[in-house]
Design a protein around this ligand. Sequence first.
Ligand code: 5AD
Ligand code: SF4
Length: 427
Amino acid sequence: MNVADSEVVVSILSDAGYETTKNINNAGLILINTCSIRDNAEQRIWGRLKAISHLKKRKNDVKIGIIGCMAERLKEKLLETNHLVDLVVGPDAYRELPLLIAEAEAGHKAVNVLLSREETYADISPVRMDKNGVSSFVSIMRGCNNMCAYCVVPYVRGAERSRNPVSVLKEVKELVDMGYREVTLLGQNVDSYKWKNDDQSIGFPELLEKVAMVNPMLRVRFSTSHPKDISDDLLHTIARHENICNHIHLPAQSGSSHILKLMNREYSREWYMDRVNAIRIIIPECALSTDMITGFCTETREDHEESLSLMELTGFDFAYMFKYSERPGTKAARKYLDDVPEDIKSERLSEMIALQNKLSAKSKKNDIGKVFDVLIEGFSKRSDEYLSGRTSQNKVVVFPAGDLKKGEYVKILIERCTSATLIGKSI
Ligand code: 5AD
Ligand code: SF4
């Protein structure tokens, strides 16, 4: 999400005559795009500000801006307690950046953290910052209307808005013309994408289908799906189109119905498992990944074991796992006690990571001997004699380069695997 936002910001500033630089020492303006989702994300930003303070001391006219979610959440603190910061700009105010920069250059503190009900930056063609030129992100909606008790997103990114499908399709076509071979449609909850005007109403399955039909050589991914909204209609759409990737990121957060209720996730363990079963039936080759939180308020050992058993039963191919981090202003911060001790949170997280390592290894071992269509993304990290790409299931594959080139599709027979990678050869 933040990469996509940074690309919008670069586009707005390029139109206003600014250029990016790879060398921070040459910059006249430094914008730090921030995330507030967990406390450690914010701590990293404070650390980063400290790390660049010498630039300001050396060259007083360099302007420093904090943009994105942390700007939204901590505007006063950023301006009052941190003399380095000249600009504070929330996620719906990027169009104002040229004006705000001018204000900062005139010696004033420049702030705009107004959230909008309409802004989707639909008409802005993001300047691609992704390095491989093969895969890119396309934002299809902003904000979130869910009120997960632990989550700060609705407060810092505002209400949900869907982007006009015409502008989504235009951006996708432009990417294809530029040579891109994969797009990931992005939103906090893509399943609730809804675009309405006088004569049409388009939901996510229809949008996904339209994107898939832009070009059969273009792979389409999407993230994130909310388990409460993922419909059979969407699953059938994925199954119908060869170029819609067989991977669904479906954050469970917990395996305990009691904790899910406290989290306000609006589904139970049974509902989640029902959706997993539907995926297994409708898209048998589909990979599944999840986000999990350990140590949410009141979580008992039994609740934790239910999370582990849900992971085991589903057999996730991949997972992002986090310790619960209380975020000021959220329902959980206001109403519940953050009562699971830090050492227990850490212990449960380690157990969860150990289990996921086992599941990920099993999922990769299962692929040995199979043949996958791999989209080549570039050279492998270790050697230019090897290329790296991904399967439809989003697993990284490394194989000898031969005459193959990035952006091509190739059939790879998987011969072995490491903990993070499948290794094979083209056939
Ligand atoms: N503490 C820990 N993890 C969180 N996430 C969101 N808010 C919190 C929080 N307060 C996790 C969820 C979400 C992912 C993006 O971040 O798992 O899916
Ligand atoms: Fe946060 Fe829940 Fe919205 Fe995801 S769906 S962004 S976890 S409030």
